[in-house]
Design a binder for this molecule. Structure first.
Ligand SMILES: [Zn+2]
Length: 172
């Protein structure tokens, strides 16, 4: 209902951060900076399984931004931000990864390893937020085994299958 354009996802990412932090999930905010001076509107959260020691690491990716399209209709969930619309389903992607993260955290004693929740800004623009996040990662980081969960309708493989990296070396 409150879509924001690429790299302007301040309210959206703040909502995601609030939900995760309220649950006690570790978050890294301000990632995906378009310029060195800009405040990044991406977020990476780390959920750790506690069943047994494990260095396995997976990522679930969602995109946060909306498109410059005016939403019409009378649905109760329609955009309240005139001229901006989640016409590509990123609100659903964000809800899915956020929900999965909460459930994984609540079930953490039942599984092992680390799951990173990657909330990517600016998927609809070039350079996309994914490339910025990869660039910000330390060079010694290693590749996560599964690069993503949500798929983007009509997106190229270059956008959705990027070799996302673990930002914490051994996954946190
Ligand atoms: Zn999209």
């Amino acid at each position: 209902m409150h879509p924001e354009l690429s790299f302007q996802e301040h309210g959206t990412v703040a909502f995601v951060a609030d939900v995760l932090k309220a649950e006690g999930i570790e978050v890294r905010e301000g990632v995906g900076r378009l310029t060195p001076e800009a405040k990044g509107t991406g977020l990476i959260a780390v959920v750790r399984g506690e069943a047994a020691p494990s260095d396995r690491c997976f990522a679930l990716r969602a995109d946060l931004d909306a498109l410059p399209i005016t939403e019409v209709g009378k649905d109760t969930y329609r955009s309240t931000n005139t001229g901006v619309m989640h016409a590509c389903g990123h609100d659903a992607h964000t809800a899915m990864v956020l929900g999965a993260g909460l459930l994984l955290h609540r079930m953490r004693k039942e599984w092992s390893g680390t799951v990173m929740l990657v909330f990517q800004p600016g998927e609809e623009k070039e350079p996309g937020g994914a490339s910025l996040l990869v660039k910000e990662g330390p060079p010694r980081s290693r590749t996560i085994r599964d690069p993503g969960a949500t798929r983007h309708a009509g997106a190229s493989d270059r956008q959705t299958r990027f070799p996302f990296r673990c930002f914490h070396g051994r996954c946190g």
